[in-house]
Design a protein around this ligand. Structure first.
Ligand SMILES: Nc1ncnc2c1ncn2[C@@H]1O[C@H](COP(=O)(O)OP(=O)(O)OP(=O)(O)O)[C@@H](O)[C@H]1O
Length: 266
């Protein structure tokens, strides 16, 4: 897979320019995000790592139009973000499924909220169920699924409308280590199959480097980007092989060094 050059911002899926965010509350003002500039080109997979509370979630929310900038702004495909964007996909740490709805029903919720054509939505839903290995569980209720399966349902729901941009906020943080590795492998395949631009926030350096084409490291709050690393690995990544690859080891070591003790060992 090849990517357009860094300078070619006309092709950017996401462009964050001079973005800073300050929250005001009764307890005072909090500068959550320093000044951030970040460009995601179409089809890129960007992983964002940084100390707890440095503003990673705030950055994703600003890209989604859920949090307003204090300075600077965000453009999606060259269009300024001025409010909640319906054309992106968002996966949160918790799958947030409706307990009384089946797997299929939870995925199709996205279609109902958007008024998507029913036949198209159903066809896409079946494709995603197959892609995420949920076949056979279409009619299961959330409590009948494992944590990893629930998060796959949330991923299907986020991808139903075929967003060009998928934002993921620590989506596998609540899963056990083995399930998390499996989800990483699946996400690598889904990213390759869909061509979606992904921005993933994670506390795991290994997850970041395994999945991303570029790893962005942030400073403590107010978060700024202190370093960006291109990950020189092919798009298709075999987990065990990647863990031994020089390119992986080098970027992971540099990222961990920058983060010091702030990131839990993984
Ligand atoms: N709506 C809000 N009102 C006031 N302060 C907020 C709000 N949202 C976030 N903050 C503060 O902004 C800072 C950044 O929060 P944010 O959740 O973006 O960090 P994070 O890097 O995602 O953290 P973590 O890695 O622990 O999830 C924190 O100090 C947080 O308390």
């Amino acid at each position: 897979m090849s990517y357009p050059t860094m300078n070619d911002t006309s092709l950017a899926s996401v462009e964050v320019a001079g973005l800073s965010i300050e929250f005001s509350s009764k307890r005072g003002d909090v500068q959550a995000l320093g000044e951030v500039d970040l460009t995601a080109r179409p089809g890129e997979f960007i992983a964002i790592v940084g100390p707890s509370g440095c503003g990673k979630s705030t950055l994703l929310k600003a890209i989604a139009g859920l949090t307003a900038p204090t300075t600077g702004g965000v453009t999606l495909h060259g269009e300024p973000v001025r409010g909640p964007r319906q054309d992106i996909g968002f996966v949160f740490q918790r799958p947030a499924l409706l307990e009384w709805r089946s797997v299929r029903g939870n995925i199709l919720l996205q279609a109902e909220m958007r008024g998507m054509d029913r036949a198209t939505a159903r066809q896409r839903c079946e494709q995603l169920i197959e892609m995420t290995s949920l076949t056979g569980f279409e009619n299961a209720l959330p409590h009948e699924l494992s944590g990893g399966m629930q998060q796959r349902v949330a991923l299907c729901r986020a991808l139903l409308h075929q967003p060009d941009v998928l934002l993921m906020d620590e989506p596998f943080g609540a899963l056990d280590a083995l399930t998390r590795e499996r989800m990483n492998v699946e996400l690598n395949r889904i990213w390759r199959e869909t061509g979606t631009t992904v921005l993933l926030v994670t506390h795991s350096v290994a997850e970041a480097v395994y999945l991303a084409t570029r790893v962005v490291v942030m400073s403590p709050r107010p978060g700024r980007i202190i370093e960006e690393f291109d990950v020189q690995l092919p798009a298709e990544r075999v987990y065990a092989d990647v863990m031994q690859d020089e390119a992986f080891i080098e970027v992971a070591a540099r990222a961990r060094e920058l983060l010091g003790v702030e990131v839990a060992a993984d």
